[in-house]
Every structure is written in C-alpha cells, then in structure tokens.
Design a protein around this ligand. Structure first.
Ligand SMILES: Cc1cc2nc3c(=O)[nH]c(=O)nc-3n(C[C@H](O)[C@H](O)[C@H](O)COP(=O)(O)OP(=O)(O)OC[C@H]3O[C@@H](n4cnc5c(N)ncnc54)[C@H](O)[C@@H]3O)c2cc1C
Length: 461
C-alpha cells in the first residue's frame, strides 16, 4: 500500500505549465481502501440525520445501558469514533498519522477538552493544570510525528485557550477590553511582561480570586508556548464565541510580542479569524498592519466559523445586534475578501506571514490555489490548507496529490473523552454535516464503481 501511494503521490505535483484547476470529483478516492470508503459513507449518512446529532449523548447512554459498555464501545469505534478520531494511545495516533502521511496529508493534533460551566471539577485550578499537561504531551506527540527528523521541520497543533483558563475570566476580560479608553491597563505588552517575569499583575477590574486565576493562566500559556517553541511546534489558537474572542485575541497578541519576533523564526502563535463575523475583515486588516509595523511574524487560521446558531441566539436573548453575517453568501464573500487580504500579505511579507485556509469549501480552496499561483506563492510554503479528519477527503487528497501542504485536524483520546466532544462539534456544525451530501455522492459513486468492477483502478487494499 505504501509503495502504491508514494508512487501515485510522486507522479503528482504542481504543474510547471500554469495553474490547473484542481478536480474534486472523487478521483483521489482510489488512494483509499473499500472498507474506509464504506465506513465514511455510512457515518456521514448517519451524521446527516438530525435526531442523532440532537440526542447524541442520550443515545450513547441508552446504547451503553442496553448493549453494555463493551459492545456499545466497539460499535462506536467501528463507526463515528473510527471515522473522526485518530485513537486513544500515542501508538494508535502514530498509526493513523502514518497512513495520512502516505496519502500526502499532515497532522494537526487537537486535544479534545470541553469546559462545563456547571461542573465544579472542570473549573478548579487542578483541572486546568491537568489540561496543561495534556497540551504539553500533545506538543511532544506533534513533534514526534514529523515525517522527517529534519531539525528545521515545523509541526502545527491546535490550542484551545479555554482549556487553560476559565470562560468566566475570558468574559470578564472581554467586557474590560470593550470599554472605551480602559483597555490600556491590559495591553498586550503589559501581559507579555507579566508572563515573562512571572510577577503579579494588578488589574483593577478583577477581584483577588480572578487575579490569581489570571496569573496562573498566564503562566500555563507561557509554559505551553515555551515548550512548543523549543520543539518547533506552531500553535494555532482556536477562535470561540464573541463573548470570549476579544480576550483570546488579547492573549494571542501578548504571546505574539514575545514569540513571533523575527529573531524567533515565527510565527509560533497564530490566531483564528471567523469570516462569519461582520467585523472580521477589518480586524484582520488592522492586526496584519500592526504585526507588519512591529516587525512581528503573523500567523492566521482562516475559518468561516462554527458557532453561528449560538451567536444568533445569544444576541437575540441579550437584545444586542447579531454579530454574524446575514446569510451564507455574505459569509462566503467575507471569507473570500479575508483570503485575498492574507494571500497578498504573504506575497509581500514571505515567510513572516503564514496562513491556513481552514475550509472544506471547494470554491474557497480553488480560489486560494489560483491566487497562490498568480501571486507566485509556492504550494508548500507559508500557505497551507486544513480540513477535519474524516471530512472532505476528496478535497484533502486532491490538494495533497497536487503538492499543497494539507493538514487534517485530528482529535484523539478515549471514547469517554472524545464522544461528548464530537457530539457537541456535530451540533455546532449541523449545516456542514448536512452539506456533506456531495461527499456522500462521490463516495457512493466510487463504491458502486468498485463493486461493479468498472474501470479498474489501483487500490491500496
Ligand atoms: C482545521 C480547522 C480548524 C477549525 N478551527 C475553528 C476555530 O478555531 N473556530 C471556529 O469557529 N471554527 C473552526 N473550524 C470550523 C469552521 O469554522 C467551519 O465551521 C467549518 O469548517 C465549515 O465551514 P467550511 O468553510 O468548511 O464549509 P461551508 O459548508 O462552505 O460553510 C459552512 C459555514 O458557513 C457559515 N454559514 C452557514 N450558514 C450560514 C448563514 N445562514 N449565515 C451566515 N453564515 C452561514 C457557517 O460559518 C458555517 O459553518 C475549523 C475548521 C477546520 C477545518
């Protein structure tokens, strides 16, 4: 299998003659085994069924009671868990990543951690320290998974900040940042200084307990970035809700002043920009300008945004303006503008500016590859692509085969840890799962072709 895939991958590569539109017609499925394709089709069909997503946690509990935890666990492993999760142990993750690498894809590990606002256990300092240990192990694992032992090679990893500090504190900081004229007390430089020196930070908007938690959180962030930098792993900080994002961006800006300087060879800390928010384009433009003026490297993961329904519901409940774009077309237009802005930045600033086009959308991916070619950005340079493990393989494989840098976002962990995380992600991404119809159609076509034995192709299994 390895030999077949390597041969097929090496035949591909960026065309020397000019930009060729990539074909996302499922042709690249020939790199996958029939068992994998059948599971993908089954699971994607299952996930497009709304009751399963809505009542996922209750159904899981019910199946455990009815079938016993071993049988119900085995069924999940053979289906949803097997499709979207790399495994539980480092060995299983390595096996999954090795298989991706033979297909020309790279790993973007994500530790699936969820804060539960009503859980006392999941909000104490010990819980955040435990999450820090998991993040540090993830850095080591990401480093160990690099295909080549090249000391200059860089790995990428996702970082969810609310795993290291409470959402309550983030909300407090957000409302402080939003107060006009009051944000100087919490400047990125001041926070960076506190992180570096470990000295106490006095912030007038926080009480003693909150100040202590902020101090501990800054120390955790500092430790994880320090370790990632030493291991040459770039950290991509996730964007979350608008009630938290200004605080998360402030912390990213603080980390950037220390870790994204040109002498560090960064960017080591990236931020995520959600195109479905009305103010994202302006924020991205301003942040890119600030980084350029300060001589800092700038790393961006560009997404459409995962929390649409909750954002709208919150705005409605609070009687505030909906922060999201009015419809899908407006989000797509915003994504396209942000993409154009970032690709222009990359073409001007070279390796001081990095971009992950994190989308399953074929038109966005096509726009990116076309503009990269027009702007002379190499396929395997500072611009890369990101998709979720188990989703849109027809896009990822086609990109990987054409020589682009493609990362699959990979959650890993035990069934107990990952299934609630997956179900919540599925609830947030209902429209994406429903939209996976094209992928289902391509999968059925390929399976039908194999079963009827038409047009014999090289199969790895
Ligand atoms: C590697 C990776 C990392 C990610 N990290 C994050 C992250 O840190 N934070 C985060 O929020 N998300 C993240 N996501 C998820 C991402 O934001 C999207 O939810 C997901 O990728 C679907 O968008 P798309 O471009 O792939 O697909 P598409 O199917 O083209 O777009 C679906 C998206 O369009 C938008 N949309 C749909 N309907 C409407 C409507 N009526 N009005 C306005 N907008 C609409 C929504 O954002 C929806 O998710 C990540 C995704 C990937 C692949």
């Amino acid at each position: 299998m390895l030999r077949t895939c390597r041969m097929l991958c090496s035949q591909a590569g960026p065309s020397p003659g000019g930009w060729q539109p990539l074909s996302f017609d499922g042709g690249a499925f020939h790199l996958k085994g029939t068992g994998e394709l059948t599971r993908a089709l089954f699971v994607l069909r299952l996930c497009a069924w709304p009751p399963l997503v809505t009542h996922g946690l209750a159904l899981q509990a019910w199946s455990r009671r009815l079938l016993g935890s071993r049988l119900s666990g085995a069924l999940l492993r053979a289906s949803i868990y097997g499709q979207f999760v790399a495994g539980e142990t480092a060995e299983e993750v390595r096996g999954c990543v090795l298989q991706l690498q033979t297909l020309g894809l790279r790993p973007l590990l994500a530790v699936p951690i969820e804060e539960e606002p009503d859980s006392a256990v999941k909000m104490g300092e010990a819980w955040y320290e435990g999450n820090l240990s998991a993040m540090l192990r993830c850095v080591d694992l990401s480093r160990g998974l690099l295909e080549t032992p090249d000391p200059m090679g860089n790995a990428l990893m996702q970082l969810k900040m609310t795993a290291l500090m409470s959402t309550r504190l983030c909300k407090e900081l957000t409302s402080w940042v939003r107060r006009p004229g009051e944000s100087l007390e919490l400047s990125p430089e001041r926070l960076a200084e506190a992180m570096d020196s470990g000295q106490d930070l006095q912030v007038s908007c926080l009480n003693t307990e909150q100040t202590r938690h902020l101090q501990a959180s800054l120390s955790r962030l500092q430790r994880v970035v320090q370790h990632a930098r030493a291991q040459r792993v770039r950290l991509l900080v996730d964007a979350e809700y608008t009630s938290l994002n200004p605080a998360l961006s402030l912390l990213v800006a603080a980390l950037a002043t220390r870790w994204n300087s040109s002498r560090e060879g960064g960017p080591w800390v990236w931020n995520t920009y959600q195109a479905y928010l009305k103010d994202t384009y302006e924020r991205l433009r301003r942040d890119a300008e600030v980084a350029d003026r300060a001589g800092l490297a700038f790393g961006v993961k560009l997404v459409r945004g995962a929390y649409l329904d909750k954002e709208r519901e919150m705005a409605w409940l609070q009687g505030t303006e909906d922060p999201t774009q009015p419809d899908y077309e407006a989000t797509t237009q915003s994504y396209s503008r942000c993409l154009e802005l970032m690709l222009t930045q990359v073409s001007h600033r070279g390796p001081m500016c990095h971009l992950m086009v994190a989308s399953h959308n074929e038109d966005s991916v096509r726009q990116a590859t076309k503009r990269m070619w027009e702007l002379g950005i190499p396929p395997d340079g500072p611009v890369c692509f990101g998709q979720l493990l188990g989703m849109c393989d027809h896009v990822s494989l086609a990109l990987g085969q054409a020589g682009y840098a493609v990362y699959k976002s990979i959650p890993y962990g035990s069934l107990e840890e990952v299934i609630p995380y997956l179900i919540r992600r599925a609830q947030e991404n209902r429209s994406v799962l429903r939209g996976a119809r094209r992928e289902q159609k391509l999968l059925s076509q390929e399976l039908r072709r194999r079963l009827l034995g038409r047009g014999l192709r090289v199969s790895p299994h």
